[in-house]
Design a protein around this ligand. Structure first.
Ligand SMILES: [Cu+2]
Length: 256
């Protein structure tokens, strides 16, 4: 896979000079689609570019999002080589017709990289909605950011083919905003100690798997045990600290 070859080339670059091989390496790019989840109507095209300086450029252009609302977005998975994938409807354990964040964790893994608009990109910023893209009045998102190598978690570029992008937040009852009337309170946010967040704000709205040229890896389901919410990364979240929780609450309250 291209990214893996690229990583191998990077490894070669640190060999002693006597063993060095030519390292002129063009940047590598993968483009893939994000498809709607939970009948959100949101779709997007994502382009990931591994630059030759080790940085990662992420571009996501999409439409059909809840307008004027923040949409938390992440690269999910881990650097351990385990296969993760976009959640299927069968993960709707409570049968409410919606794949909730906590229901999908086993399939789509934890937050590996938070695709914020500025500042921290770690899992701690998973729900930093003040730094997540906001869909415009027409429900469009046009996100572009280059994340320096020093901010990328270990194993991310090397395991890119096992990863995927998830965007969150949808307007289930069609009233133009995230509100408690549609699905009630976010079970997930509540599990982190934050009350009053609409489930609409945290449920996944779109997901796309990195599909390298040469075919989609089907990724047989892992036999790993269930991951705890804490491992989900959201555990440490922007919610780390009362300030973050308050900010989230305030921001979400504006949406109600
Ligand atoms: Cu996510």
């Amino acid at each position: 896979m291209k990214f893996r070859r690229y990583a191998a080339a990077l490894g070669a670059a640190v060999l002693p000079l006597a063993f060095a091989v030519p390292t002129a390496q063009a940047e590598e790019t993968v483009t893939f689609s994000l498809n709607e989840l939970n009948n959100s109507g949101a779709t997007a095209t994502a382009t990931l570019t591994a630059n030759d300086d080790g940085s990662l450029h992420v571009q996501i252009k999409g439409t059909g999002y809840t307008a004027n609302a923040p949409h938390a977005q992440h690269i999910h998975g881990s650097g351990e080589g385990r296969e993760f994938f976009c959640p299927s409807q069968s993960t709707d354990d409570n049968g409410d017709g919606q794949i909730a964040t906590e229901e999908a964790i086993e399939e789509y893994g934890g937050v590996f990289l938070s695709l914020t608009t500025s500042g921290d990109v770690s899992a701690d910023s998973g729900l930093a909605v003040d730094r997540m893209p906001i869909a415009d009045a027409n429900g469009n998102i046009d996100y572009s950011r280059t994340i320096p190598a020093s901010d990328l978690p270990e194993g991310l570029v090397e395991n890119l083919e096992h990863l995927h992008i998830v965007q969150h937040g949808l307007d289930v009852n069609g009233n133009g905003t995230y509100d408690l009337k549609a699905l009630g309170e976010s079970v997930f946010a509540k599990s982190l100690g934050v009350s009053g967040i609409p489930e609409e704000a945290t449920n996944p709205a779109a997901c796309g798997e990195v599909t390298p040229t040469g075919g989609v890896e089907t990724g047989a389901a892992s036999t790993d045990g269930p991951e705890s919410l804490a491992l989900f990364g959201f555990g440490g979240l922007a919610l780390a600290g009362a300030g973050g929780a308050l900010l989230l609450r305030r921001r979400m309250a504006e949406q109600v």
